[in-house]
Design a protein around this ligand. Structure first.
Ligand SMILES: [Zn+2]
Length: 263
């Protein structure tokens, strides 16, 4: 028995994903799914705004939009969402990290009290996953020594592919900040459907800054995690999607560049 056996998935815990990363890569940025429909499937997760107007963070049943001007605003009920992944978050483990009281030795950062780097964090989380072949919802609440985020710039028709669009994304270094990382681990074989590996968005406690996290280090925080063994995929019900040609999609490298890159 390990302390992390609680992380084994429970039957019925479902992640609902709206649209595909492949579709985003191909420029399907028009919002299709009404916000209330997405929230009905989960109170926690991430996504992007209509026409790439910002990164979305779903936290405690509310949707926040982090836009390229560096601001954050609540998304209202009329929002149409092109892409989102949500779950009803009910974590089965909570682990202190970094300088947080009670952090297990493996989770307490460097010997000199230095923060837990993104690489260290990802390998620690990988180490407690009972299986890399499940999805996990991941939330980290606390103080971050540094946080680098990006937000896409709102697009207008005709939409260009995501790889091109992201060459002009807004990136900002937030410095020391207190808030939450919100997102998922997805197994490698879902690259293209979802984002393989870790995909985390950030929102600060004041709901004033945030975005897709590129780089960070954790000073003192609590990690909460939930294992998920069921995936519902909702495809866009539009003519544009129905007639799109995804056979040329060779997106692995492009997705890594757009969703997993550090700069
Ligand atoms: Zn993202």
């Amino acid at each position: 028995m390990s302390a992390f056996d609680a992380l084994l998935p429970k039957i019925g815990v479902n992640i609902t994903q709206f649209s595909l990363i492949h579709a985003l890569m191909a420029g399907f940025y028009d919002g299709v799914f009404p916000a209330p429909q997405v929230l009905a499937k989960g109170d926690f997760g991430l996504g992007c705004g209509h026409a790439l107007n910002g990164e979305l963070v779903f936290v405690d049943g509310q949707i926040f939009r982090c836009t390229s001007d560096g601001s954050v605003s609540p998304a209202d009920e009329s929002e149409l969402i092109p892409f989102a992944e949500v779950v009803n978050f009910d974590p089965s483990i909570r682990v202190p990290i970094g300088a947080a009281e009670g952090a297990p030795a493996a989770f307490d950062g460097g010997p000199d009290g230095s923060p837990v780097t993104r690489d260290q964090f990802e390998s620690l989380v990988g180490g407690i996953m009972p299986s890399p072949n499940m999805f996990y919802a991941i939330r980290v609440d606390g103080v971050f020594d540094r946080m680098r985020v990006r937000e896409p710039i709102r697009q207008h028709h005709p939409f260009r592919p995501l790889v091109e669009v992201m060459q002009t994304q807004n990136e900002s270094e937030l410095g020391r900040t207190s808030g939450s990382l919100v997102g998922f681990w997805a197994p490698q074989i879902y690259q293209g459907v979802s984002v393989a590996g870790f995909h985390l968005h950030y929102l600060d406690d004041d709901r004033a800054v945030g975005g897709h996290s590129l780089e960070y280090s954790i000073e003192s925080a609590t990690l909460s995690m939930q294992a998920i063994s069921s995936l519902t995929l909702r495809l866009p019900h539009t003519d544009e999607f129905a007639t799109a040609d995804f056979t040329q999609a060779d997106a692995d490298l492009a997705i890594r560049r757009v969703e997993s890159s550090r700069s």
